[in-house]
Design a protein around this ligand. Structure first.
Ligand SMILES: [Cu+2]
Length: 284
């Protein structure tokens, strides 16, 4: 299988061979897979192309998913660059269809690898399912393909996404960004979207996400040096600090505030209230 070579790798290899080999004409395999170590989640055949969807994860799950896409030309067995691709995941439910928050698909440093993210709010089940429509243009020709995809609850069943109505009457989707937690003050971030319509989920800016991590198994103790999540326009994410003083199960209680300081969702933790209705979970 031919793959597109990383330009830098090629350049470095060329320099290396020129410098170190007295026979630079020896054929050298320059093939390298830019998605080595990633999992191929879906292979969609259409229009003499194979569209391949990859992820670092082994499964599409409820919450934030970072996805990579490649288009292989079946006739030449090469990966194609310079495609204009748009995507639309849709869940077909008993009484309605809806999409989910997602980014555009854009090329990475390797022009044959496209990248984006999707935040699935719910898993498919026996009667209700997700599908993915990919529209792409190559050399002025338009193609479209739709294929069913399998979105599941994460294996650990921990909460990483909240779908709720705020006190302002707006429907929100709040997703935790993946992290590798450590006993430390961790960088912590989340993304907030407004459910404008069933198909449109713009990023919400300039709110504040207050965090109060607790260990319910240990007297509901908290941790020092947490920082609430503030909007970062550069990444369009809410970023702050999550302090974890020990390993185990943590419930990260949240309160969403708008720019005026009005609480849109969530409750403070007090003597009589052990948890907020808005929260993420993690265990490590
Ligand atoms: Cu649904």
């Amino acid at each position: 299988m031919k793959t597109i070579v990383n330009t830098w790798a090629l350049l470095l290899l060329t320099l290396f061979l020129t410098a170190c080999s007295d026979n630079a004409d020896d054929p050298v395999s320059l093939e390298a897979n830019p998605l080595e170590g990633f999992n191929l989640l879906s292979r969609i055949n259409s229009n003499n192309h194979t569209l391949e969807v990859y992820s670092e994860a082994s499964q599409l799950t409820v919450g934030y998913n970072e996805l990579y896409l490649r288009i292989r030309d079946q006739a030449t067995d090469t990966y194609l660059s310079n495609a204009d691709i748009t995507w639309m995941p849709v869940m077909h439910m008993a009484d309605m269809d809806h999409s989910c928050p997602r980014s555009l698909l854009s090329p990475t440093e390797n022009a044959s690898v496209y990248k984006g993210f999707a935040v699935f709010q719910m898993p498919g089940n026996a009667e209700e399912y997700w599908d993915l429509t990919l529209n792409y243009q190559l050399d002025g020709q338009s193609f479209s393909v739709t294929e069913q995809i399998d979105v599941r609850e994460p294996a650990d069943a921990l909460k990483r996404v909240n779908v709720f109505m705020g006190s302002d009457g707006t429907r929100y989707v709040l997703a935790m960004m993946p992290l590798t937690p450590a006993v430390a003050v961790n960088d912590f971030s989340a993304m907030l979207f407004e459910m404008e319509t069933m198909m449109s989920f713009p990023v919400v800016e300039d709110h504040v996400i207050k965090i109060d991590p607790r260990m319910p198994g240990m007297g509901n103790h908290s941790s020092p040096n947490n920082e609430d999540l503030a909007f970062d326009p550069l990444t369009t994410r809410y970023r702050g600090k999550l302090s974890l003083t020990m390993t185990g199960y943590w419930r990260i209680n949240l309160m969403l505030q708008n720019a005026n300081g009005d609480v849109l969702k969530g409750e403070p933790i007090t003597e009589t209230n052990e948890n907020s209705s808005l929260y993420f979970e993690l265990e490590f």
